[in-house]
Design a protein around this ligand. Structure first.
Ligand code: FE2
Length: 312
């Protein structure tokens, strides 16, 4: 860690401590409440494993994940919007050739996904690594199975010279965020996150519920471009309007078309299967940095270049 990183870390921790002290003073926090909070955070940590990330879920349901993505990966007008990474991304997806089948679920409704990656000037971007993952037909990611023997329902594709990538999968289905951990099983937490408990399950509160609308996740990386994280929800899903982790953005909702004869021939798939298509417009590191600075200046003014803003 260099000295600037150290100063930044000191600043982040000192501000956190300051806000927590203010919180305790404002709420007149009792010892019993402090113990409850300590126990809750302990349970969140104990629930985490190599393939289960309860802290990410915690961050997601309180809207922090979406906020941090918006701050760190700002998108100018014309770029494709980002959204939450979620707790189910892994680092073991296999590099897969375009046209590969990423989901072996025999009960799934087959689909072909066709994507195209462009820069802000409309030029195709070649050799983007597109890390994709989706549920099986029962609404589970592979990491939710105790007997997982490797990656399923996930792969890394690479765009060709035209910026295109495509793969076979299944139509993902809506699923509840994990309800067997402290984050969503705690009734107070649930209410705070606009969820509530009903008969051992979860139901809507202020129009919300634990179900995420069916979607496909994408994480794209390419040297010179800002890391891009998003997910495409399927139009018409009943849970689309009330995602419990606030991850649905109107511009990301995709229609499920159908593969026609010509498309079937081109991609070597059966005609009639489902077909979501989408163009992704990525921003360069320079474009993201310029917008990040512009937004920071708007909030911090002349303090923008200080790891520890003056007067804090
Ligand atoms: Fe998901």
């Amino acid at each position: 860690m260099d000295s600037s990183q150290y100063e930044r870390l000191k600043y982040l921790i000192s501000r956190l401590v300051s806000y927590i002290h203010d919180y305790a003073r404002e709420t007149r926090l009792s010892m019993a409440e402090w113990e409850t909070a300590i126990n809750f955070m302990t349970e969140v940590g104990q629930k985490c494993t190599k393939t289960r990330q309860e802290f990410v879920l915690f961050s997601d349901v309180i809207g922090l994940s979406l906020l941090v993505d918006a701050l760190d990966h700002p998108k100018p007008k014309g770029a494709t919007e980002g959204t939450v990474l979620g707790p189910f991304h892994t680092d073991d997806a296999a590099d897969t050739s375009n046209g590969g089948d990423i989901n072996s679920d025999p009960d799934g409704d087959p689909l072909l996904v066709v994507g195209k990656v462009l820069d802000m000037k409309g030029r195709p971007v070649e050799d983007v690594a597109a890390d994709v993952w989706e549920t099986d037909s029962h609404g589970f990611y592979d990491v939710q199975y105790a007997n997982r023997d490797g990656p399923h329902g996930r792969a890394i594709l690479h765009t060709n010279a035209n910026g295109e990538f495509w793969f076979k999968g299944i139509v993902p289905v809506s699923y509840p965020v994990p309800v067997d951990g402290p984050v969503v099983s705690d009734p107070i937490m649930i209410q705070s996150a606009r969820l509530t408990e009903r008969s051992g399950g979860l139901s809507s509160c202020h129009g919300n519920h634990p179900y995420r609308p069916a979607h496909i996740h994408f994480l794209m990386e390419k040297d010179g471009f800002d890391e891009y994280i998003t997910a495409l929800p399927l139009r018409g899903d009943p849970y689309e309007p009330h995602d419990p982790v606030f991850g649905v953005k109107a511009s990301l909702v995709v229609d499920l078309g159908k593969v026609d004869q010509a498309t079937a021939q081109k991609y070597n798939v059966k005609s009639g299967i489902k077909l979501p298509e989408h163009e992704f417009v990525l921003v360069t590191n320079e474009e993201a940095a310029a917008l990040r600075r512009e937004e920071a200046e708007h909030v911090l003014g002349s303090d923008v270049d200080r790891p520890v803003p003056a007067g804090k």
